[in-house]
Ligand binder design. Structure first.
Ligand SMILES: Cc1cc2nc3c(=O)[nH]c(=O)nc-3n(C[C@H](O)[C@H](O)[C@H](O)COP(=O)(O)O)c2cc1C
Length: 307
């Protein structure tokens, strides 16, 4: 028997970690946390700086960059759907040279990882964009958007054909010294084929996925609600069918879902149209979610889905 004093003495509590370690790695790229703003939904980052502390984000992917500036598609360019939106922006952008001279100098002052989203109508254009970016400082990685029509193959999207995927990734790999992330299209039969092709040609990471082809019709005027007829569906509606990387992420539990399914990090897109601070708020929310779940290292979630 122990003495009454001993019984009432407080039991030592295990030391609680003082913070949640949100750090993750995507290939060789180290991020302070797994939240990355997705391409096309966060401008060139700098436009959001008055509203969002960019230093709080794990990273941001800038709007897709082409060799020449592009004016984009006819309006209307977006329409809201149940639990999501359909967009047809037509890859409007200021062109890679203007990005390097006008946006990057301001952007590189932030300590968040800056990822350049790259696309082209031909493989040569992809390579040219990368070459120009290679001479610039302040980028953590390239994200190759291969959901673009290849004008040399009758307009077939690179991402719909493993051979075209191999060709564009191989050429980009040779041009790029920085890490190369390949962003796949979800709208093909077996995504594993293009994923394997990209991996075999040296992709450092796969970003899954881009938007799903979609159409919104206005019954009154009997026409598409979008200027370029069809567009891409994004938002919460696509979360259960992409489930690695990005698509419809809005809450800390969504981030956990994606990480449990195998994602190293996630990108947040459509949520910025509801709240421009969505990704910054997610970083704080994720830390609280982890505490509640007694998780002190977020990287332990990755691939930890139970059978
Ligand atoms: C308005 C808009 C513009 C986009 N522009 C691009 C782009 O230029 N390049 C790209 O790779 N993805 C682009 N995307 C796709 C997003 O980066 C993301 O893959 C997709 O929206 C799914 O994520 P979400 O459901 O969180 O929005 C765009 C999406 C939207 C909504």
């Amino acid at each position: 028997m122990s003495s009454p004093e001993a019984v009432s003495a407080p039991r030592p509590r295990p030391a609680e970690p003082t913070h949640v370690d949100l750090r993750v790695r995507v290939g060789t790229v180290a991020l302070e946390n797994p939240i990355i703003a997705a391409s096309g939904t966060f401008g060139y980052g700098v436009e959001f700086a008055p509203l969002v502390n960019l230093n709080h984000l794990g990273g941001l992917v800038v709007k897709g960059l082409s060799i020449e500036p592009m004016a984009g598609a006819a309006s209307p360019r977006i329409c809201e759907t149940a639990s999501g939106m359909v967009n047809a922006i037509g890859l409007q952008n200021i062109g890679v040279r203007a990005f390097v001279s006008e946006k990057l100098p301001e952007l590189r002052r932030f300590k968040t990882a800056i990822v350049a989203n790259v696309f082209g109508k031909t493989i040569t254009e992809y390579v040219e964009v990368i070459r120009i970016l290679e001479d610039a400082e302040g980028l953590a990685a390239y994200e190759l958007n291969i959901s673009c029509p290849n004008v040399e193959s009758g307009g077939i999207e690179y991402s719909t054909d493993p051979k075209l995927t191999s060709a564009v990734v191989s050429a980009a790999r040779q041009a790029a010294k920085r890490p190369l992330w390949v962003k796949l299209s979800p709208s093909i039969g077996i995504i594993a084929l293009t994923a394997k092709a990209a991996e075999a040609e040296g992709a450092d990471a796969l970003v899954v996925a881009n938007t799903f082809p979609a159409l919104c019709i206005d019954g009154h005027i009997r026409k598409s609600r979008l200027g370029s007829t069809t567009g891409g569906l994004s938002g919460a509606a696509i979360k259960p069918i992409t489930i690695i990387g990005l698509g419809g992420i809005e809450s800390p539990a969504d981030v956990a879902e994606y990480m449990l399914a195998g994602s190293s990090a996630v990108e947040v897109g459509t949520a910025h149209f509801v709240d421009p601070r969505a990704s910054e708020k997610l970083v704080g929310g994720l830390e609280m979610w982890c505490r509640y779940e007694n998780i002190f290292e977020i990287s332990t979630l990755r691939g930890a889905l139970r059978e």
